[in-house]
Design a binder for this molecule. Structure first.
Ligand code: ATP
Ligand code: MG
Length: 478
């Protein structure tokens, strides 16, 4: 990979748009390069959506001329404030910018920007693997510019900053999140000095907006093995700053020789387990938060030892605050996470005891359409090292799943409605609103859910009459 030839590079850039761009730039007497993430992903054979081009000169002018050359079907948007322009053509988007030099002030990640050379432009980039450029001008088409041995780092699977990492991170602390994110997404090692600089500069994250931080955090969570990122965030000291609740799960306490498990590592194991099953970001968030209430519910009890009573409930109560602070959506996605955190102990409680119809029905009723996701979370939650214990739970979960399927087939409990309404009870027994109506409805519901009577109107009506009689209600008009 290191000795990639121009011919090989030309093949990688086989899309006709690249030659077009080169010709336009030639015509204007400017150098033009494709740079950054797009070049990195070419080498890593990752799909990449956005193509970034740097022009030594005016990016906007090249974009506009390119738009004219491509003619109808091409769409150019100019962002004067940023000095950038975007060309959309067929199914691709190319972003143009002039090569720039940046200098930073301490209290902001917004640099002072001046026109610069290609070298200046590559120097301001965050990592060596992101600082590659390929020339598009006709004469030098496919020539790679690699000032910081980015290709070598890609081969060695290393994330390193091009210049002094302390300056790179202090200038724009968002790069620390990007560093951990790339290490997680690509499964690359963070180079030693870069890793040490993360520790020294962690505190600088405070000048970064939460919107930027959560973007990167979500990319970590969406990675194939998210734990890599969280272990790194913890190691370098970013975790307590950006996610204190999760950080508080770290550590083990021992009393009278009895230790509880490290809930941080347990949580990461559950998250990785879930990630192996699904790309659903919110189910992954539910995994991350499932035990978040443990530190607040932790007690030492002389006989039982360490307990975490109600940690599921406490965790679900903490969820909206966490979502609000993290700038995550406060809509049904938050409610979904909250519900899964709240219910995550239920299947295990059922599986631990006898798997009865009524218990499974109740669960089905509460979880509704999210029942499958809840089961996925709960299966991922079995991280016991004791194989026998683990197998016992997994077997019982299979039983719960079978019963769920069975019940769902028999009666659609997700949208279950009591066949007996309050109206009917009031009319039949000539009642004004009173508590007997609720009691009677509940009795009917319980009878159906406990499988004492079938889930039909006739059976429910008969049962209601029988129970009403016992309660002393009469159908005669007084
Ligand atoms: P992805 O598209 O997967 O998020 P990327 O590396 O392509 O990753 P972009 O935000 O698309 O990230 O940025 C494109 C390029 O711009 C990067 O490869 C890098 O060279 C440069 N870049 C982006 N953000 C920064 C930053 N904060 N500091 C320095 N350079 C950056
Ligand atoms: Mg990109």
């Amino acid at each position: 990979m290191r000795h990639i030839s121009r011919t090989q590079m030309t093949e990688l850039l086989s899309h006709p748009i690249f030659r077009q761009i080169g010709q336009v730039a030639d015509g204007m007497g400017m150098e033009c390069y494709v740079v950054g993430g797009f070049v990195r992903d070419l080498f890593l054979e990752r799909p990449s959506k956005d193509i970034d081009c740097v022009v030594v000169g005016s990016g906007i002018a090249v974009a506009q001329t390119l738009g004219k050359t491509l003619g109808r079907g091409a769409h150019v948007s100019v962002f004067r404030n940023f000095g950038t322009a975007q060309v959309k053509w067929r199914n691709i988007e190319v972003e143009f910018v002039g090569a720039r030099r940046e200098s930073y002030q301490r209290d902001s990640r917004k640099p002072i920007v001046e026109d610069g050379t290609l070298e200046d432009d590559l120097d301001r980039r965050d990592f060596t693997i992101n600082a590659l450029a390929v020339c598009l001008n006709e004469q030098r088409f496919g020539e790679l510019v690699d000032r910081f041995q980015g290709l070598l780092d890609m081969e060695d699977r290393i994330i390193a900053t091009p210049l002094d990492p302390d300056i790179t991170f202090s200038d724009d602390p968002l790069r620390m999140m990007r560093c951990v994110r790339f290490a997680t997404q690509l499964r690359f090692q963070i180079e030693e000095e870069t890793a040490e600089a993360l520790e020294r500069n962690a505190d600088r994250i405070k000048i970064i907006s939460q919107e930027r931080i959560i973007d990167e955090l979500n990319k970590i969570i969406a990675s194939p093995q998210p734990s890599i990122g969280f272990v790194e965030l913890s190691r370098c000291g970013l975790l307590p700053l950006i996610f204190p609740e999760l950080s508080k799960l770290e550590g083990v306490e021992t009393r009278n020789g009895r230790a509880h498990k490290d809930n941080f590592f347990h949580t990461l194991e559950v998250l990785d387990n879930v990630a192996r099953k699904t790309d659903n970001l919110w189910l992954r968030w539910a995994a991350l938060l499932h035990d978040i209430g443990k530190p607040r519910s932790k007690r030492w009890e002389p006989v039982a030892g360490w307990t975490f009573h109600n940690h599921n409930y406490i965790g679900s109560r903490m969820t909206p605050d966490i979502f609000r602070r993290m700038k995550l959506p406060l809509d049904e996605r938050m409610k979904y996470v909250q519900k899964l955190v709240d219910l995550h102990m239920r299947p295990i409680a059922i599986a631990d005891a006898e798997v009865t119809d009524s218990a499974v029905r109740r669960l089905l009723f509460e979880a509704g359409e999210d029942i499958d996701d809840l089961m996925t979370l709960c299966e991922a939650d079995i991280t016991s090292k004791n194989q026998q214990k683990k197998q016992h739970f997994l077997d019982n979960f299979r039983l719960v799943r079978e019963k769920l399927a069975d019940l769902q087939a028999r009666d659609n409990y997700r949208t279950w409605q009591n066949p007996i309404t309050g109206e009917e009870i009031m009319q039949t027994f000539h009642l004004q609103p009173c508590k007997e109506i609720g009691i009677l409805k509940q009795l009917v519901k319980d009878a159906i859910w406990e499988s004492q009577i079938p889930n039909t109107y006739e059976a429910a009506r008969d049962y209601m009459m029988e129970k009403a009689k016992e309660m002393g209600l009469t159908t005669e008009n007084k």
